[in-house]
Design a protein around this ligand. Structure first.
Ligand SMILES: Nc1ncnc2c1ncn2[C@@H]1O[C@H](COP(=O)(O)OP(=O)(O)O)[C@@H](O)[C@H]1O
Ligand SMILES: [Mg+2]
Length: 279
């Protein structure tokens, strides 16, 4: 895995995608990394049944769309390395494919959608589940709320360890406080007890102590909340500029790539959500 594409934004020209592009460009600037604008286009055979549509008729507008988007970003960030990729594919497949060379993928909550793409908004869930790098879904209005903290959900799982590392790096870069939440464990697996949560809190502090070496000015809070994880994190999201969770948790449901808590947050949180996979 490499990250030569830097921050990859899934772009379809919709207002949500433009918001994702602004966020992604600011993120690439903060990381001093390249920005890649990705757009998937598809053969519109549903619209013209039986008729031959020259491929160029679809390909060219797609290329114009990303070139125009790149020019817009270059205007604000003249020093940034900006690339664009178009692919004849489903948006989910293209972005999952690019994730192997990306540092981060940024998506709007929903785009224009086409007959080919899945139900509106499900691209984000699919990419969050399949990507090989962290994925940020731009929920809510990231500019409008003035929230400062970065909130991370921690359950002691491998993915939530990776989420904590990602959240610490973001908090350090953005000069935000990192607020770690340890909520009740759901049904299945070990039963939830206060002792278990104290133990998980210890794991969080150990992990944060490691991060403190690389990010000495990092400010952190760890909070135990006696509520189910989904409710606790949704509540905290109202005061967060970014909510960070692992793709999976401690649950044992095999075959699922996205846990139930992370899935719910990707679809309902009032702020941008980052989904991070275990390394
Ligand atoms: N009890 C919890 N407290 C805080 N965060 C949690 C808790 N449970 C889950 N999370 C967060 O949500 C992520 C995904 O977990 P989850 O959706 O529960 O997956 P699974 O179904 O595999 O358990 C975790 O990596 C963690 O970031
Ligand atoms: Mg769980």
């Amino acid at each position: 895995m490499t990250d030569e594409l830097g921050v990859v934004v899934g772009y379809d020209g919709s207002p949500q995608a433009r918001q994702a592009l602004r966020w992604g460009a600011a993120e690439a600037a903060a990381r001093k990394s390249p920005l890649t604008i990705a757009h998937a286009w598809q053969w519109p055979h549903h619209e013209w049944p039986g008729e031959l549509v020259p491929l160029e008729l679809v390909r060219r507008p797609a290329q114009r769309l990303v070139k125009a988007a790149a020019a817009g970003v270059a205007h604000h960030h003249p020093e940034m390395i900006i690339d664009s990729v178009t692919g004849r594919d489903s948006p989910s497949a293209l972005l999952a494919d690019l994730s192997g060379q990306a540092a981060l993928i940024v998506l709007g909550t929903r785009g224009y959608g086409t007959l080919h793409s899945m139900a509106a908004g499900s691209v984000s869930g699919h990419v969050a589940a399949h990507a090989r790098c962290p994925v940020v879904v731009l929920r809510g209005d990231p500019a409008g709320r003035g929230a400062r903290d970065i909130v991370a959900g921690f359950d002691g799982s491998r993915a939530s360890m990776a989420a904590l590392d990602f959240a610490a790096a973001q908090a350090h870069r953005l000069d935000s406080t990192l607020h770690v939440i340890i909520a009740q464990r759901g049904r299945g697996g070990q039963a939830d007890t206060h002792e278990l949560r104290i133990q998980t809190q210890g794991q969080a502090w150990d992990r944060l102590t490691c991060r403190q070496h690389t990010h000495p000015s990092l400010r952190t809070e760890v909070e135990l909340i006696d509520e189910p994880a989904r409710a606790a994190l949704l509540e905290a999201a109202y005061k967060a500029r970014l909510l960070v969770v692992g793709a999976r948790g401690l649950g044992e449901v095999r075959g699922m790539l996205l846990g139930s808590v992370s899935q719910a947050l990707v679809h309902r949180a009032p702020c941008p959500v980052a989904v991070v996979h275990a390394r």
